[in-house]
Design a protein around this ligand. Structure first.
Ligand SMILES: C[S@@+](CC[C@H](N)C(=O)[O-])C[C@H]1O[C@@H](n2cnc3c(N)ncnc32)[C@H](O)[C@@H]1O
Length: 285
């Protein structure tokens, strides 16, 4: 079967993330706290400071745009772009609740940025770029809209081996119904996991790579059951795999995932390692 066209991938992404927007809203407080360190790292790597004009690519329900908004203050602006209007509705509500009038969100595709060349000081992005069908095009757009000397910092998922919270569900489903071997070039969770991949794309787009680091941490859930509920509420790609199973296979997968995740039980809950690749680059002066 030929690979889906870029337009078909974009449309599927929009549908996927719109479908899970309510789940992201439900789990917002949990992920806000457990993943805040990634936002801080991106804001630091993109050298965001008061007064800057910042872009967040694939903002979803507002991360890391909202933190960037606090840093730029009312003399700056942050615009978050995303395909999924339902995710952005949550982000917009949060910006309003927090009184961040300098933060706004608009629908759009990050491979075609609706901004003038050389108009943006800093670009940040968390867990979006690996889902694009044409990542080099997005890298070229980033290079185009950044001002000379501007920074980009992006977080993507690192290798499956170091991310049991994503690897376990995929492995369990694979034992129930064999999945096609992953195409390393196809858009998906681990598309940019390899060191040098995204940094190389930034370089070929004319940016100067600054850092490419696997950043490890842990995410602690109350229980394995709690982890499973969160997964099914927010992880659109895993939901898509689940949808291919019969109801009996889904129950089997749920049991298998909960059993495997319980291996990570600690006194404070179930603590799963995560590994995020954080890549930054700068546009030459
Ligand atoms: C895993 S979510 C991450 C959301 C947010 N950045 C966060 O870390 O919480 C991925 C987001 O990327 C968005 N996305 C995927 N492809 C995109 C594209 N081509 N243009 C804009 N947004 C895209 C999805 O709609 C989704 O909201």
């Amino acid at each position: 079967m030929p690979p889906p066209t870029p337009a078909a991938v974009i449309e599927a992404q929009r549908n996927d993330w719109n479908r899970v927007a309510a789940g992201w809203d439900k789990w917002d407080q949990f992920f806000d706290r457990t993943m805040a360190f990634i936002n801080h790292r991106l804001v630091a790597d993109a050298r965001i400071r008061p007064g800057l004009r910042v872009l967040d690519l694939g903002s979803g329900t507002g991360y890391p745009a909202l933190l960037a908004g606090e840093v730029v203050g009312t003399d700056g602006t942050v615009v978050g772009i995303d395909l999924a209007e339902s995710m952005l509705a949550v982000a917009t509500r949060k910006a309003k609740t927090r009184g961040l009038q300098q933060v706004s969100f608009r629908t759009g595709d990050v491979t075609s940025l609706p901004f003038d060349s050389g108009s943006i000081d800093s670009i940040i992005s968390r867990f979006c770029l690996m889902f694009l069908p044409e990542i080099p095009k997005a890298a070229a757009e980033i290079a185009r809209v950044l001002k000379p000397g501007g920074y980009v910092a992006a977080a993507v998922w690192s290798a499956p081996l170091n991310n049991p919270f994503i690897r376990i569900p995929i492995d369990v489903i694979n034992t129930i119904t064999p999945l096609p071997p992953p195409d390393p070039e196809a858009p998906g969770i681990f598309r940019l996991a390899r060191p040098g991949d995204l940094a190389g794309m930034f370089k070929r787009a004319g940016l100067t790579p600054l850092s490419d680091e696997e950043f490890t941490a842990e995410m602690t859930y109350e229980s394995a059951e709690d982890f499973f509920r969160g997964l099914m509420d927010i992880a659109a790609p895993i939901q898509n795999l689940f949808a291919k199973l019969t109801p009996a296979q889904q129950r089997e997968a749920e049991r298998g995932i909960i059993t495997a995740v319980n291996d990570y039980r600690r006194p404070e809950g179930v603590s799963l390692p995560i590994a995020v690749r954080i890549v930054s680059a700068r546009k030459p002066q």
